[in-house]
Design a protein around this ligand. Structure first.
Ligand SMILES: Nc1ncnc2c1ncn2[C@@H]1O[C@H](COP(=O)(O)OP(=O)(O)O)[C@@H](O)[C@H]1O
Ligand SMILES: [Mg+2]
Length: 475
């Protein structure tokens, strides 16, 4: 008998398709793939002592809450809980889907697990007079992942054993990173070297790093900016033209730079910002993961512009926001709504009000000096943030503002109407020879060059800058 992997119906041996649902049948479809993943091991330190102090039912309840609490940060960061082994949790980042930043996701999850455990312990102390401490080990490397038709997954490889060894060697409430993980996240974390660990079957001791903190909004490995800029004069000119127009017409101009990862979008923006003088530049970056990050780049910008600090008391935050938006006659209302956006208790605003307040804040800043709002990695933005950008582009009047967005080309697949479908129809000179035929259904893309392979110079194809004047919005 063959069991259908789709509906569970039993079918006679030799059947190619399920009699009930038509799904393809195979006796044992076992696919083996080699993948680079990051493995996280987390085990309770001192659970035995807790077992002596609590009756079995209470212990069970405590451990259920603990596992639930530890699972959440793993899944929030895109990891999969592979199994619970006794009190230990094993999670894998990179299966079933690989992300370019799996190592950083795992390390973020570890840091969040630490914070979550602190909160959980407050509750456990209150409810059961106990607290839990744990150890975490994180390591990156190649595994063989078996994806059987039964749905059972199995990840095997040296990296798994080493992650477990790192976990065992960690002190209570400590996270140890293996060297391969550390190298992938080093620019986004604070970590200190830990004593090397002897691991069974390994000739050399395993190098380890003790995680101290994870920085927000930073790449695992920062991209180098020290090599001199090559080319891109045309693209830079497009940006300076857009900037000049914003200043001349006191208008809000939206420019979107599209290009694949690594093509030089951020570098282009850096060069541009280095070239425009007497300007306020607000910089924010969309993040690929996490909850409650819809307005994260705006929060980054406001925090910088108002000079807010994490330790500022509520009244101080309100005062600083008020000073920032001072030139506006609506300063008090704007302040209240921005406070809500920053998560200050007691402040209320619905999305439309938030959009309005952010626009007014930008306009207040632009009344002092031309304002460039640099929104990086827009392909990761939540739709609400895109709505906000379109709101500012569409409704702002009388203030020199450049909304400078950068995104990967697939961004337009998600948001084909971006820029109100009113993209600039004049392709820059480098794109003319490779222009796609205009297509009726995707007008907004028709004036942009195709996703060409490497250019003849050998340098990757230039990013596409798509200027769009907001003064033509709403239609
Ligand atoms: N025109 C250029 N000249 C020299 N180096 C460049 C140029 N464009 C990009 N780079 C370098 O290439 C790397 C990737 O560029 P980056 O701007 O981070 O790409 P993106 O933002 O499109 O993902 C960086 O190290 C950057 O400094
Ligand atoms: Mg970039």
């Amino acid at each position: 008998m063959l069991t259908c992997p789709n509906c569970g119906r039993e079918n006679p041996d030799g059947s190619a398709f399920c009699n009930a649902c038509g799904a393809a049948l195979a006796a044992e479809i076992v696919r083996e793939v080699r993948k680079t993943v990051t493995v996280l091991f987390c085990d309770v330190a001192g659970s035995t002592a807790m077992g002596e102090r609590l009756d079995p039912e209470s212990l069970r309840r405590v451990m259920d809450r603990y596992f639930q609490a530890m699972r959440a940060p793993i899944e929030r960061n895109g990891g999969t809980v592979e199994k619970f082994i006794g009190d230990a949790v094993m999670a894998v980042f990179g299966i079933p889907r690989v992300h370019e930043d799996d190592a950083l996701r795992a390390v973020r999850a570890a840091a969040e697990m630490r914070r979550t455990l602190e909160d959980l312990n407050k509750e456990l102390e209150r409810d059961h007079a106990v607290s839990i401490s744990n150890r975490i080990g994180v390591n990156t490397g190649e595994v063989v992942a078996t994806d059987a038709a039964s749905g059972d997954r199995l990840v095997t490889g040296d990296v798994v054993n080493t992650a477990a060894r790192l976990e065992q060697a960690a002190g209570a409430d400590e996270t140890l990173l293996g060297d391969p993980t550390y190298r992938l996240v080093r620019d986004a974390v604070d970590a200190e070297p830990a004593p090397p660990i002897d691991a069974k079957g390994k000739a050399e001791p395993v190098r380890a790093w003790r995680l101290v903190a994870v920085r927000e909004g930073v790449d695992g490995v920062a991209r180098r900016r020290d090599a001199p800029m090559v080319g891109r004069q045309g693209e830079l000119r497009l940006l300076t033209d857009a900037f000049d127009r914003a200043v001349r017409e006191r208008a809000c101009v939206l420019v979107t730079i599209l290009g694949p990862a690594g093509v030089g979008k951020s570098r282009l923006v850096d060069e541009f910002l280095g070239a425009v003088l007497d300007t306020t530049a607000l910089r924010g970056r969309c993040l690929p993961y996490g909850e409650g990050i819809t307005f994260w780049p705006i929060v980054e910008m406001l925090t910088w512009a108002a000079g807010l600090s994490e330790v500022d008391p509520r009244e101080e935050v309100l005062a600083k926001l008020r000073v920032m938006v001072e030139p506006s006659p609506d300063a008090d209302t704007i302040t209240q709504r921005l406070a809500h956006l920053l998560g200050l208790e007691g402040a209320r605003a619905d999305p439309e009000e938030t959009f309005w307040a952010v626009r007014k804040a930008f306009e207040a800043l632009a009344s002092r000096a031309p304002l460039v709002v640099d929104l990086n990695d827009l392909h990761w933005a939540e739709p609400t943030l895109l709505d906000l950008v379109e709101h500012v582009a569409g409704w702002s009047r009388g203030s020199p503002i450049v909304l400078l967005c950068s995104a990967r080309p697939e961004f337009l697949d998600e948001r084909p109407g971006w820029g109100g479908g009113k993209m600039n129809r004049r392709p820059s000179s480098w794109s003319r020879s490779r222009r796609r035929k205009p297509s009726a259904s995707r007008r907004s893309c028709s004036a942009t060059p195709a996703r060409a392979a490497r250019s003849s110079s050998g340098w990757p194809p230039p990013p596409r800058a798509i200027p769009c004047s907001s003064s033509r919005w709403p239609p």
